[in-house]
Design a protein around this ligand. Structure first.
Ligand SMILES: CC(C)(COP(=O)(O)OP(=O)(O)OC[C@H]1O[C@@H](n2cnc3c(N)ncnc32)[C@H](O)[C@@H]1OP(=O)(O)O)[C@@H](O)C(=O)NCCC(=O)NCCS
Length: 442
């Protein structure tokens, strides 16, 4: 196992195109190879060749397993946090089940800790990453679809036009992005440099190269933006990844103009590839996106939501880092100005939180005692060895990242126990269920 260098570009691009092809596909996926080159050849804002870990057969020199560790910055309730993202993870079929990815993840997690990352995320295949301390906890996807007939039936765009984004739009895109960040519990904010990378930095044919459009009014003032992939998704749909309107402008107007553009783009892509356009996929725009307030959108069985895996190696350190967000939430809750000590148990470990006058005074690791008297029955207690709330396995992540409220967790997991009303009020205040949107800089 070793770090990659720029000299590995060809081999790593071919490896990823081969191993990370679509499910059951006959041919490698060239776009994954192009994306690999984006990352290896120095164009990406934070990633370089030596962020890839590869395992090679020392006899033949062939790459048999690989992954990248990308660096991201997330916004958690408005607080910026560093996040490590293992990505492009794969092993050749004949080398699978030998613990190669397990060994690569050990290295990636150590490297991520060295960088000061407070957590790791993986947008990945079902279940596999749970083996390495990950929990599915940041919601992603689940939006519906607009069929071609529905798109065609919209009234004409009301004095708005849609044009390709230019490099001098990056400041506008960053400011609109900041508005979107404010709607979400967890978000990946993009500054002007990151927007520039998305507009101009990717190779042609890279899987992560987006098409960005700006919506403007008849005085050429930008009033919205739209982002979609350069190729059609499953069912020949064009997927809308981002759609934003400037505050004070009608979402309905912006949405209608954007959808006319999506229809024209989707039909052109379908015609180019000899396919029949399948409509607009709103899957990435979760059902809490403003589009659903100004349109009627149908769902079908294929529209189930998914989520991103998270790993938080030190929950106390994470909570300490996001204290400003927690204090803001507390100040706006029925427990504003509250005093108290709260022990949260993850059964084998936990954290102790001390509040003074609505400020988070202390957050420290805490271990539930094993010497408590008698059987735990979830009843009131004064024993400081017992927790105020208990969360099985990694379910606390679901609360932390706004996926589920504490009541929803309790309904789903009977061994998620909240001992009293004060603790329930605190957990509702600190960790409200809120929409999230995680679309990393790839
Ligand atoms: C998923 C994949 C990366 C696993 O690679 P690998 O090198 O076989 O992984 P490891 O051997 O380190 O796996 C660790 C453990 O999980 C098991 N495992 C392997 N693949 C698994 C899977 N798909 N689901 C569940 N467990 C799996 C292994 O047997 C091993 O078990 P053990 O620790 O009890 O021995 C590989 O199957 C692959 O490249 N698949 C196609 C591409 C892909 O899906 N990549 C992930 C994109 S997010």
């Amino acid at each position: 196992m070793r770090a990659a260098t720029v000299k590995d570009a060809d081999a790593l691009a071919a490896f990823n195109a081969d191993v990370l092809r679509a499910q059951d596909a006959q041919a490698p996926q060239a776009s994954m190879g192009e994306w690999t080159r984006d990352l290896v050849e120095g164009a990406h804002p934070t990633t370089r060749a030596d962020d890839a870990i590869i395992v090679e057969n020392t006899r033949t020199g062939a790459i048999v397993s690989a992954m990248f560790l990308l660096s991201q910055t997330w916004s958690y309730g408005g607080v910026r946090i560093p996040v490590g993202q293992p990505e492009l993870i794969g092993t050749l079929a004949e080398y699978r089940g030998r613990g190669l990815v397990r060994a690569e993840l050990d290295v990636a997690h150590a490297k991520s800790a060295e960088r000061g990352d407070l957590m790791q995320m993986i947008a990945g295949i079902p279940w596999f990453y749970r083996q390495f301390g990950y929990e599915l906890s940041v919601a992603r996807g689940g939006g519906g679809r607009l069929f071609p007939g529905e798109l065609a039936a919209f009234p004409p765009a009301d004095a708005l036009r849609v044009r390709a984004a230019r490099e001098d739009d990056v400041t506008f895109l960053a400011s609109l992005d900041a508005e979107a960040a404010a709607r979400h519990a967890v978000y990946v904010p993009r500054d002007a440099a990151q927007w520039r990378y998305d507009l101009t930095g990717h190779r042609d044919g890279s899987a992560t190269r987006p098409v960005v459009a700006v919506i403007e009014d008849d005085a050429a003032r930008p009033v919205g933006m739209l982002l979609h992939p350069a190729t059609l998704w499953g069912a020949n749909t064009l997927g809308i990844v981002m759609l934003e309107a400037v505050p004070g402008v009608s979402w309905r107007r912006v949405v209608v103009a954007a959808l006319h553009h999506v229809r024209a783009q989707g039909e052109a892509l379908a015609a180019r590839d000899g396919k029949t356009f399948g409509g607009a996929s709103l899957w990435m725009l979760r059902r809490d996106h403003p589009i659903y307030q100004v349109l009627r959108v149908r769902y079908d069985e294929a529209d189930t939501w998914y989520a991103v895996y998270t790993r938080v190696p030190d929950v106390a350190a994470f909570l300490r880092a996001v204290t400003p967000a927690l204090e803001r939430r507390l100040a706006q809750s029925p427990l504003a100005g509250h005093n108290g000590t709260f022990r949260l148990s993850f059964y084998r470990e936990g954290v102790r939180l001390v509040l003074e006058g609505g400020r988070v005074k202390t957050v420290e690791p805490w271990r539930p005692a094993t010497t408590t008297v008698g059987i735990e029955m979830g009843q009131g207690t004064t024993d400081p060895g017992r927790a105020h709330a208990m969360f099985p396995d990694l379910t606390f992540h679901q609360l932390l990242f706004g996926l589920r409220s504490v009541d929803e967790l309790g309904a789903w997991y009977p061994d998620c126990v909240v001992r009293n009303a004060e603790t329930r009020a605190l957990l509702n205040a600190l960790f409200p269920r809120r929409p999230s949107f995680v679309w990393p800089v790839l």
